[in-house]
Ligand binder design. Sequence first.
Ligand SMILES: Cc1ncc(COP(=O)(O)O)c(C=O)c1O
Length: 420
Amino acid sequence: MTGATPPATSPTDRRVSARIGAISESATLAVDAKAKALKAAGRPVIGFGAGEPDFPTPDYIVEAAVEACRNPKFHRYTPAGGLPELKAAIAAKTLRDSGYEVEPAQVLVTNGGKQAIYEAFAAILDPGDEVIVPAPYWTTYPESIRLAGGVPVDVVADETTGYRVSVEQLEAARTERTKVVLFVSPSNPTGAVYPRAQVEEIGRWAAEHGLWVLTDEIYEHLVYGDAAARASADVTSASLPVVVPELRDKCIVVNGVAKTYAMTGWRVGWVIGPKDVVKAATNLQSHATSNVSNVAQAAALAAVSGDLDAVAEMREAFDRRRRTIVRMLNEIDGVECPEPEGAFYAYPSVKALLGKEIRGKRPATSVELAEIILEEAEVAVVPGEAFGTPGYLRLSYALGDEDLVEGVSRLQKLLGEARD
Ligand SMILES: Cc1ncc(COP(=O)(O)O)c(C=O)c1O
């Protein structure tokens, strides 16, 4: 008796599961890794790939971590959802910076904004639930939605609207399966910032249809130009649950210390949401990862409890680089770069360069163009395909002023050679 023949793909034959096998590598991290590897091999690569400030974490934050290292209290497990003092400080910071009043029980401290996004979607999505995702989108959103069983539905905005989607576009994408709309302002990868009136319009539309909103506020302090003037005139200008309070029962805010305090490597973010959702996400985290490193949480506590002087200094440098990069990119024939008002990314269209000849090659896509740029100019940029919109490049301007000018000069030289 040999038993029934196993199906062609029996569980033991399948190596990586279908769910995890469908996840693609983070394109932004891949570009960064390739640039760093070339650099390590001695090539003078200039990287515009990584989405991280080039500044060190401010001293007072590092000191708090050093102290925590020496305190045995921090050598032990702590509550999975975060140190109580950090949750309280995050609630206080949220009121200070956004005008949004929340209780510590509405806060879950996570291993960076990425884990916050994944756990938030995992906590509210059932298989087949649709999430409207404005594109160009940050590459992690669709993957975390799919991992949680949801279905991302793109709504594309291009440079003609400053990469901002309209309520009409969102409404056209809404179906009876739509559960959530994702909102991010300032945006990665475009740097777009929604003015208050548009935030309100989108929030009212979501509330009217009973939709959930996941709003990613990780770049809240990095706004420039007109957007900065609007924000300083009204500190409560941007946060969706403040502008549209009816949303609060179905609103999840994601934030973290990575971008504001130059703390990308420390891995501290958070979810703010209704208590039942935060409790469910905390249960998930209690089995997946337990508490975030206590030392990193102590550093985050010093960051969010302190003032915003350090970020004001960094913002000034980013603003200077932003103006330089936008000007220099727009000097290149075939490149069109709207002015980003937030975060630290420029997102130029390079559609007019595709199909042209550059050093004997004819790039048909922005992926191919990015490869030529890396090979010929030793400059790393991320192609728009990574963000759901081919025909664009993303350049992070969170790198030193000299490197920035040298890197874009190389682009000017190379792309200036493009011929029909
Ligand atoms: C829009 C956006 N949200 C969230 C994050 C998550 O940041 P982290 O996981 O480093 O806290 C990033 C990082 O690039 C981002 O660009």
